[in-house]
Design a protein. Structure first.
Length: 281
């Protein structure tokens, strides 16, 4: 969705730069709060809209207020409904980072026949039939800067669980929750937990055996589209690490990309073997 002050519409739109509707105004004050511990952002909007016909449409459920939200760093592009005249929306951890653009607007939720709010310019004197999703009011774009928190360790966005439904020697992946969940039979789960509590060599073996194929599968799913994962908290820190590593999620180079995200675990394993051989000598 690209909206500028020069965009023209076949119906009257209330906006600070437009004379489509006289003797009326629409303004929004946007603020945000950042929970540093949870890395979670909440957006707050306080709306002043003194055009009674548009207000009536919102109250009747024929229209709604919200913001088109765009965050370049995380790739989020969302038309988000908000409460009116005061609205609040919390976003998943890491969903909004850096420069965030917000465009407050009112849009239709159902068809409106002969739309002609009070004060409409003579150009629209005959009234206009409005379809679902048409913009009725726009405010100036606002920018917020969300402080960049340190990225959590990659392993922290994963969770390992035992499951009686997974066959012995196999594991399954669940990406439809706040953390990427690796499911495995109880015996394997206990073995993995033991490995995680030992030395660097065994932890490195674990990373090769478990996390490389898991991350390859996650990358493969993201290559098919990430919108299905937008509500899950793991997506945004995972994407941020991909960006730092120079990984293009639209291209499949799964094995190499997984190694880059894990900082070349095979090279670390080789180094540990060399160190063990040196100690033996």
């Amino acid at each position: 969705m690209k909206i500028t002050e020069s965009t023209s519409y076949p119906h009257p739109v209330l906006a600070p730069w437009s004379d489509d509707i006289a003797n009326a105004s629409f303004s929004t004050m946007v603020t945000f709060q950042l929970d540093q511990e949870e890395n979670q952002v909440s957006i707050h909007c306080d709306v002043v809209l003194n055009q009674p016909d548009i207000v009536a449409l919102i109250n009747e459920g024929a229209a709604t207020f919200g913001c088109f939200i765009k965050c370049q760093d995380t790739g989020m592009r969302r038309l988000q409904k908000l409460g009116f005249p005061i609205g609040k929306q919390e976003f998943a951890s890491g969903a909004l980072i850096g420069r965030v653009q917000l465009r407050p607007m009112v849009w239709s939720l159902r068809p409106i026949s002969g739309y002609r709010p009070a004060g409409t310019h003579a150009e629209f004197a005959g009234g206009t039939d409005i379809e679902i999703g048409q913009i009725l009011a726009l405010d100036d774009e606002q920018i917020i800067e969300v402080t960049r928190p340190p990225l959590p360790p990659l392993e922290s966005i994963f969770e390992i669980q035992s499951s009686d439904e997974v066959p012995e020697g196999e594991f399954e992946l669940d990406t439809e929750s706040d953390r990427i969940t690796v499911l495995m039979p109880n015996a394997t789960y206990q073995l993995v937990q033991d490995f995680r509590q030992t030395n660097d060599a065994t932890r490195t073996v674990l990373m090769n055996a478990l996390y490389v194929p898991v991350i390859m599968e996650v990358l493969d799913q993201l290559c098919d589209g990430e919108r299905q994962f937008e509500q899950y908290r793991w997506l945004y820190p995972f994407k941020a690490r991909c960006e730092i590593a120079g990984i293009d999620l639209s291209k499949r180079d799964l094995f190499n990309d997984a190694q880059r995200l894990l900082l070349n675990p095979f090279a670390l394993l080789s180094q540990l073997i060399e160190d063990d051989n040196g100690d033996a000598d």
